[in-house]
Design a protein around this ligand. Structure first.
Ligand code: RP5
Length: 191
């Protein structure tokens, strides 16, 4: 994993939203609007770095409700194992998708143009009724959603479990390198 893992990379162009991959996608990334892409691109970035095939597209619970139902109902049959759903404002996408599939759904609340600092989206996702959960990550935390999806897939993949160990080691190493740099600059810590 590179140090850029948690940064949102350049958003794919509009025609890339339905980009097919050569392998059957295991993770489906969906979002309510093209304006969410700049945040959700980070999830795709992380999955690419773990070598996990994914598909990414726009599905709006309000503007394309039938497409949402079709997407969710067909997701398992198409081979998807985990869904990552992002939305801003009244973010009903993750919850409604979760209602139409038994695949795990990870929600990404987005601090979008219409959001009340993302809090409306968080509240739209976390208080799901019993039996229909959405695993909600932090505001704009699409990268974390992808790491969580990877952890789910790693339950049945030694390759991914190993890759996650290496990823955690890289996080630790980055902090230790930062401490060394700070110390060289005169920073005195107590450890
Ligand atoms: C939501 O409304 C989307 O997820 C997006 O965050 C927000 C604003 O959408 P646009 O008006 O930018 O298309 O459905």
């Amino acid at each position: 994993m590179s140090s850029e893992t948690t940064a949102a990379g350049p958003p794919p162009g509009p025609d890339a939203a339905d980009r097919p991959t050569s392998e059957t996608p295991l993770v489906g990334i969906i979002m309510g609007s093209k304006s969410d892409l700049k945040i959700m691109a980070a999830a795709a970035d992380v999955l690419r770095q773990f070598g996990i095939p994914y598909d990414i597209t726009l599905v709006s619970p309000h503007r394309t409700p039938h497409r949402m139902v079709e997407y969710a109902e067909s997701a398992r049959k198409r081979g998807l194992r985990v869904l990552i759903a992002g939305g801003g404002g009244a973010a009903h996408l993750p919850g409604m998708v979760a209602a139409f599939t038994t695949l795990p759904v990870i929600g990404v609340p987005i601090n979008s143009t219409i959001s009340v600092q993302g809090l409306d989206s968080v509240l739209s996702m976390i208080q799901m009724p019993a039996g229909v959960p959405v695993a909600t990550v932090g505001i704009d935390s699409a990268a974390n959603a992808a790491v969580l999806a990877t952890q789910m897939l790693a339950l049945g993949s030694a390759r991914l479990a190993d890759a996650l160990e290496k990823y955690r080691t890289s996080l630790k190493d980055r902090v230790m390198r930062t401490i060394e740099e700070l110390r060289k600059g005169g920073f005195q810590d107590d450890v």
